[in-house]
Write a protein that binds this ligand. Structure first.
Ligand SMILES: NC(=O)c1ccc[n+]([C@@H]2O[C@H](COP(=O)([O-])OP(=O)(O)OC[C@H]3O[C@@H](n4cnc5c(N)ncnc54)[C@H](O)[C@@H]3O)[C@@H](O)[C@H]2O)c1
Ligand SMILES: CC(C)(O)[C@@H](O)C(=O)O
Ligand SMILES: [Mg+2]
Ligand SMILES: [Mg+2]
Length: 327
């Protein structure tokens, strides 16, 4: 049984009086900085000059270049893009680290694949939210939170877990539940999950679902409502009531059709390829490929993103989302 920490297991006083530097003010960084400040934690931001720097200032934070923020902090949360972290670590983070500091990651990628090797006299922990940054902030503002994982890679002070749980509490994660894991388990499951299901599998399923109807001559607007917009509402049912609850919340016709046709469309062959993709994560092959792509300037990523953003489904979706938002 997984070990799961809740609010009562975490003590905010562990980080009171300490300075937490959030490095990066992007998708996660902004959410963490705002959440922790709202929880009474002393937060500063470390980021390069530019839009994020200006936004963090506008939103009332003391903002510094990364190296200066590290030097002023007791705890640093490394919320820079994964591919940027190793070089910034070498040039700006490592030189400012002091004995007994805590380094918090939100994803274990660079530790798991050996791209960052912290000195032995700091604590190294992981607090990985199982949610996109927008939800990390929105749920906190709503008075609740999102689930997260916690892991300790290095416990120099003997209180690494306590510090990690305090950071989790300040973000609202312990209100929901924080599961104990390892950097390896978090990194591998996060990559496998986002590729096979959350980002990759889901996107492709929705695109094909839409395209099949359009290619059969149905109206694109009808196909969008059917294959994409309603997918959110069905997912809400699963989120609230589980798989069986969703099945009981749709018609008997949908229940029978879904249970018989689903496994025909998403078949064992798909499962086999999901396992192949998972193996590429576990062996490090995916990490190697992504690092090489990033070092070339990410041309393939840009091209694939452009293909999605220029597709018909996006034009239809934009029109319908606008329509649904206005009376
Ligand atoms: N995006 C998510 O919802 C999400 C969810 C869970 C975990 N994570 C993890 O959180 C971490 C941060 O990811 P993100 O998606 O929030 O990143 P992001 O791309 O949104 O963050 C970019 C931030 O880093 C700054 N930055 C980029 N290069 C820099 C440099 N050289 N020097 C200083 N600042 C620089 C940018 O100005 C910006 O503020 C990653 O480890 C990621 O895996 C992200
Ligand atoms: C939000 C996700 C997909 O769960 C996260 O893992 C990420 O990398 O952005
Ligand atoms: Mg991820
Ligand atoms: Mg994730």
């Amino acid at each position: 049984m997984a070990r799961i920490y809740k609010d009562g297991d975490a003590d905010l006083s562990v980080i009171r009086g300490k300075v937490v530097a959030v490095l990066g003010y992007g998708i996660q960084g902004r959410a963490w900085a705002l959440n922790m400040r709202d929880s009474g934690v002393k937060v500063i931001v470390g980021v390069r000059p530019g839009k994020s720097f200006d936004l963090a200032r506008q939103e009332g934070f003391e903002v510094y270049p990364v190296g200066d923020a590290v030097r002023r902090a007791d705890i640093i949360a490394v919320l820079l893009p994964d591919m940027v972290q190793p070089s910034v670590w070498g040039s700006e983070i490592a030189p400012g680290l002091r004995r007994g500091m805590t380094v918090v990651f939100a994803h274990g990628f660079n530790i798991r694949f050996g791209l960052i090797r912290p000195p032995s006299d700091v604590d190294v922990v992981l607090i990985a939210p199982k949610a996109p940054g927008k939800a990390v902030r929105d749920e906190f503002v709503r008075g609740w939170g999102v689930p997260a994982l916690v892991a300790v890679h290095q416990d120099f002070t003997g209180s690494a877990l306590k510090t990690a749980l305090a950071i989790a509490k300040a973000n609202g994660f312990t209100r929901v539940g924080v599961i104990e894991t390892t950097f390896a388990e978090e990194t591998e499951t996060d990559l496998i999950g986002e590729q096979n299901v959350l980002v990759g599998g889901l996107l492709q399923l929705l695109r094909y679902g839409f395209e099949v109807m359009v290619e059969l001559g149905y109206q694109p607007e009808v196909a969008y409502f059917e294959a994409i917009n309603e997918a959110k509402l069905i997912m809400d049912l699963i989120w609230e009531r589980g798989l069986t609850g969703m099945l009981l919340g749709v018609s008997e016709t949908a229940r029978y059709g879904g249970l018989t046709v689903g496994p025909y469309v998403i078949n064992e062959d798909v499962k086999r390829r999901m396992k192949e993709a998972a193996e590429k994560v576990r062996s490090g092959e995916f990490a190697k490929e992504w690092i090489a792509e990033y070092q070339r300037g990410a041309p393939r990523l840009r091209e694939l993103l452009e293909q999605v953003s220029n597709s018909q489904v996006e034009r239809v979706g934009e029109f319908l989302r606008q329509l649904m938002r206005s009376k």
